[in-house]
Ligand binder design. Structure first.
Ligand code: DC
Length: 225
């Protein structure tokens, strides 16, 4: 039986950095489900879709196909066959992804695909609803979080390193707004699964968090044998 790890948590808690490292260390397939929502968001932006109209959204979604592929172990996300991985990390796409992710039609489109990917392989999947909706039977569920202040500081440093202008208070306000949307939507809101292990990364290094997750997997693999 394949081993499934679900990592959920708010934006900026370090999920993707940690998930990538833990998956590499364990030899698991890493699936970043946020990238799939971002690819749909890019498609919707390109079509200038008014997502408040159910009909317009349904029409647009019928012309959107999302796929995943791997190149040298790195996940690539495809929008209608085009590799859009380098185009989905903008603030504009992130905001649209968060808004579109609140729409049941959008979530339905990705749920089946994500479950199929996890069916036959050992996977580490990260997102917002992996432990609660997509893989409720995952052998290990992690809820990775950090304070708003820590997450804003991390994002601020990232942007400064890239030479982009950033205002800490604005970043913190954006994070609060996105948390609110992700946690309060009707369909598959972000919340900690009852059987998830909660890790607060505010005062931990990437290595410490990765080490804790890898140890938990080894422990559970040991008890499963
Ligand atoms: O993790 P991220 O920032 O790349 O995700 C982009 C948006 O997609 C995020 O605001 C919430 C949404 N999302 C979701 O609703 N469910 C998931 N499993 C993954 C992401």
């Amino acid at each position: 039986m394949s081993f499934k790890i679900a990592i959920d948590g708010p934006a900026g808690a370090g999920k993707s950095t940690i998930a990538k490292r833990a998956a590499a260390e364990l030899g698991f397939l890493y699936v970043d489900t946020g990238a799939m929502y971002r690819a749909i968001a890019l498609g919707l932006l390109r079509m200038k879709t008014d997502i408040s109209s159910g009909e317009a959204l349904a029409n647009a979604l019928s012309g959107i196909e999302v796929g995943l592929g791997y190149e040298n172990g790195t996940q690539k996300v495809f929008l209608n066959g085009e590799d859009v991985s380098p185009l989905i990390r903008t603030e504009e796409v992130g905001k649209m992804a968060s808004s579109a992710a609140s729409k049941p039609q959008v979530r339905m489109k990705l749920t089946q695909l994500q479950r199929e990917i996890a069916e036959k392989r050992d996977v580490l999947m990260d997102g917002r609803d992996i432990g609660t909706v997509i893989l409720p039977d995952a052998q290990l569920k992690i809820y990775l979080t950090a304070s708003v202040e820590t997450r804003a500081q991390r994002r601020y440093r990232e942007l400064c390193e890239k030479g982009e202008k950033a205002v800490l208070e604005e970043i913190a306000a954006d994070i609060r707004e996105r948390d609110f949307r992700d946690m309060n939507r009707e369909t598959a809101p972000l919340r900690q699964a009852e059987d998830a292990v909660r890790i607060d990364s505010s005062d931990m290094t990437v290595e410490e968090v990765t080490g804790q997750i890898v140890s938990l997997v080894r422990e559970r693999q040991g008890t499963l044998c």
